[in-house]
Design a protein around this ligand. Structure first.
Ligand SMILES: Nc1ncnc2c1ncn2[C@@H]1O[C@H](COP(=O)(O)OP(=O)(O)OP(=O)(O)O)[C@@H](O)[C@H]1O
Ligand SMILES: [Mg+2]
Length: 322
């Protein structure tokens, strides 16, 4: 197996915002997260709002470097690279965010937005224009529309432009951070199909982030379920869909497809009542239907149920053997 991305024990802490931030205890938004993404596959990262999905991706891309842990991209440890070399690697890894409106400068023609990164790479004008037109065409936007401003496009078209901009850098790896959750449902499928098509045509590898387990399952080869900064279950899509084990994964399922119902218009899932900052033992215990006193004794580590299906629950396998 050829792994393009390998992350190990990634930790990202924040001190919070505001006056007393420095004095406040660090808050661990990402806690010892590890996974591999095989070349030419889609890895789905799923979990409710605030669980740390975006923070994982930003740390992975070294946009906001991790406090500890390791990221290997195409065999190279990113944390060991100097700024210049790291920039070269970053070009190979691009990110597409949820909201195409904030991703595009409203005062810039989209062609100029697409050209920006190429100017930074020192690519001559004629080649830049050629690549911009090619990329627009690839995402289904007429190349002549490069002279239009973002407001002249619909939401779905804007997201196509954002994807085209990422592609101008000729990346091998794309992080898709909720790329369709701001779009009309009728448009979502078009963008998903476009992304699948581009993956095949350009041999891309994706990290697909979403709170929608059904969507993640539809697209992904492997899935990691995240809860409060930790991965609580990880496996092939088949393992997660057919034999889900962690009570939190089961809850995501029981909420699906009506998971949509609990998602607010801003894409956030409603938090369940109790979410205290820190407890000993399993972080999910406060909400877990299956907890007993042993759950509070120590934090469960991920263990392999077989075939690389990992779960962090001491009761896993008891009622739902893999
Ligand atoms: N720059 C920051 N400073 C302080 N706290 C942060 C920062 N960025 C994220 N956080 C906190 O880290 C936690 C994880 O946030 P993150 O944005 O990664 O979650 P998410 O899973 O992407 O959520 P969503 O589905 O809403 O996008 C949250 O509690 C968030 O408030
Ligand atoms: Mg996010």
């Amino acid at each position: 197996m050829d792994q393009l991305v390998e992350i190990r024990n990634l930790v990202k802490e924040f001190h919070g915002r505001g006056l007393l931030a420095r004095k406040r205890a660090a808050f661990r938004a990402v806690d010892r997260v590890s996974f591999d993404i095989e070349k030419n596959t889609i890895f789905g990262l799923v979990g409710e709002s605030g669980c740390g999905k975006t923070t994982v991706s930003r740390a992975l891309l070294y946009l906001d470097p991790p406090n500890s842990g390791q990221v290997r991209f195409a065999g190279t440890v990113l944390g060991e690279l100097s700024g210049n070399v790291l920039r070269g690697y970053r070009r190979r890894m691009q990110i597409v965010f949820q909201d195409p409106n904030s991703a595009l400068n409203p005062k810039m023609k989209v062609g100029a937005s697409l050209e920006e990164g190429l100017i930074n790479l020192g690519i001559p004008k004629s080649q830049r224009l050629k690549r911009v037109e090619e990329m627009l065409e690839l995402v289904g936007i007429s190349p002549s529309h490069r002279n239009r401003y973002p407001h002249e496009f619909s939401g779905g078209q804007k997201q196509r432009v954002v994807v085209a901009r990422a592609l101008t850098m000729q990346p091998e790896f794309l992080v898709l951070d909720e790329p369709v959750s701001n779009l009309d449902v009728s448009i979502q499928a078009q963008i998903i199909n476009l992304l699948l098509d581009l993956k095949d045509r350009l041999s891309l590898t994706y990290l697909f982030i979403s709170h929608d387990l059904n969507l993640v399952a539809y697209l992904s080869d492997r899935i990691a379920v995240m809860y409060k900064g930790r991965i609580v279950e990880l496996g092939s899509t088949e393992q997660i869909m057919e034999r889900p084990v962690h009570p939190y994964t089961l809850r995501l399922f029981s909420a699906s497809p009506s998971l949509h119902g609990t998602i607010q218009s801003n894409g956030k899932i409603q938090e369940s009542e109790s979410a205290p900052g820190h407890i000993s033992g399993c972080p999910y215990a406060v909400q877990c239907e299956r907890k007993d006193s042993s759950c509070l004794e120590q934090e469960p580590e991920l263990h392999d149920l077989g075939g690389g299906h990992l779960v962090a629950c001491i009761h896993s396998g008891k009622t739902n053997p893999a």
